[in-house]
Design a protein around this ligand. Structure first.
Ligand code: TMP
Ligand code: ZN
Length: 404
């Protein structure tokens, strides 16, 4: 029985996916030895945190070959420009605000602040994306954030008006040390915001592909409120985001600085409606996940039997979970199209489906596209109108398998 990383209580099992490779571990050589770990999710009945029971060492994932560059999607670039504007609007009363971002990736958010001369610091352990951030004019330190890093930053730069992170807090296994760091570095009136895939969306859509090695935690208002309270912080607001198939942005301040906005109680009520505060909610989730995998595989096998050719769209990290758990390999998907240079020419983790450049997306005779980057559906559908106009079909699978 594994223990909750936040409060040490015994975890209750939610779902066991079995052997999984590293989600972003695209292979140059499909015969190369691959790292596998056992991927399973547990629910803490005490602090309500949902988490992986076993997480690979961070160095296995966030290193010089980290394959994910934030700026490959136009919609994401727009989203983060919006984040930067919000930061500026909220700190306008401070004469020279200092903004710290954890996991700044290629600088997709901070470059907007750097361009305006705002004092900032990006903290990014993956050196290849950190390099890209520097090229975007961002001040970066290549470190993992924790209490010791927070002390060092405080000494060098002073306290922060804003500490933020997008799709990074849920990556950090020692989340208590991150929160201890926030409490060290934050100005008395400063605020923290972070956004990550939202547990409520995952349960509602059965979008289990958000579960992979990098996502140690699946946050909710309920669990974040408990976690913050352990470190003298308070959840004061929540704002739902469309990105990554449904994310939540959590705002924290030091305890007692600001009364929580009504959104906190409203979202927590919605979370309780979905029963994410009790193990029963997760039993329903598990059975829905298994139905989706069974239906999707059956559809692909049927298309194959009919001689149809299917390609995938977007070699996303999350598709590693879907493809490996459902058992979908190159015998069912010819190749996956992706625009990321570091993925093109490689093979997907575990299932070894070749990744090809966008230009090769739909060779003659392909009528079916499995939309693996389903979180970018709007952007992709708009771009691929011609494919559908010519009778092409997209296959999607959350909350159920459909062709459109
Ligand atoms: P994400 O779901 O983690 O944001 O990853 C999206 C992946 O999909 C990334 O590898 C880039 C790829 N992609 C395309 O190939 N074409 C597109 O139009 C979009 C939006 C993404
Ligand atoms: Zn706990």
């Amino acid at each position: 029985m594994s223990q909750c990383r936040v409060c040490s209580a015994a975890l209750e099992p939610v779902i066991d996916f079995g052997r999984m490779p590293i989600a972003n571990g695209f292979l140059k050589d499909p015969k190369a030895k691959e790292f596998f770990y056992n991927m399973a999710v547990g629910f803490c009945p005490s602090c309500l945190m949902v988490q992986l029971t076993e997480a690979p060492a961070p160095e296995m994932m966030f290193n010089d070959s980290y394959a994910f560059f934030s700026s490959t999607s136009r919609a994401m670039a727009e989203h983060f420009r919006g984040n930067a504007e919000e930061v500026l609007a909220r700190t306008s009363r401070s004469s020279a605000p200092f903004i710290v971002e954890l996991g700044c990736n290629d600088g997709i958010m901070l470059k907007n602040l750097a361009a305006k001369g705002v004092k900032h610091l990006g903290i990014e352990p993956s050196s290849n994306v950190a390099r890209a951030a520097r090229q975007n004019g961002v001040n970066v330190t290549e470190k993992f954030f924790n209490a010791a890093t927070a002390q060092a930053i405080l000494k060098e730069y002073g306290p922060a008006d804003v500490i933020c992170g997008s799709n990074v807090f849920c990556h950090i296994e020692d989340i208590n040390s991150v929160f201890a760091g926030l409490a060290i570095l934050l100005k008395p009136e400063g605020y923290v915001y972070f956004e990550d895939p939202y547990l409520w969306d995952i349960i509602q859509k059965s979008s289990f592909d958000q579960i992979y090695d990098e996502h140690v935690y699946y946050f909710s208002g309920l669990s974040v409120r408990n976690l913050a309270a352990r470190h003298g912080l308070e959840l004061v607001d929540m704002a739902h985001q469309e990105v990554h198939g449904g994310s939540m942005r959590y705002y924290l301040k030091r305890k007692g600085v600001q009364a929580p906005a009504s959104a906190v109680a409203e979202w927590i009520a919605k979370e309780k409606e979905l029963k994410i505060d009790v193990i029963d909610g997760y039993r329903v989730f598990k059975s829905k996940v298994d139905v989706i995998c069974r239906d999707l595989k059956a559809l692909l096998v049927d298309l194959k039997a009919k001689g149809a050719r299917v390609v995938g769209y977007g070699a996303t990290s999350k598709s590693t979970t879907l493809l490996n758990y459902a058992g979908i390999g190159p015998e069912l998907i010819e190749h996956i199209s992706d625009t990321t240079p570091t993925k093109i020419g490689r093979f997907t983790p575990g299932m070894h489906i070749p990744v090809k450049a966008y230009e090769d997306l739909v060779p003659g005779g392909v009528r079916y596209v499995l939309l693996l980057a389903w979180n970018h559906k709007k952007e992709i559908m708009a771009k691929e109108r011609a494919f559908q106009a010519q009778g092409g079909k997209f296959i999607t699978y959350f909350p159920a398998v459909v062709m459109e």
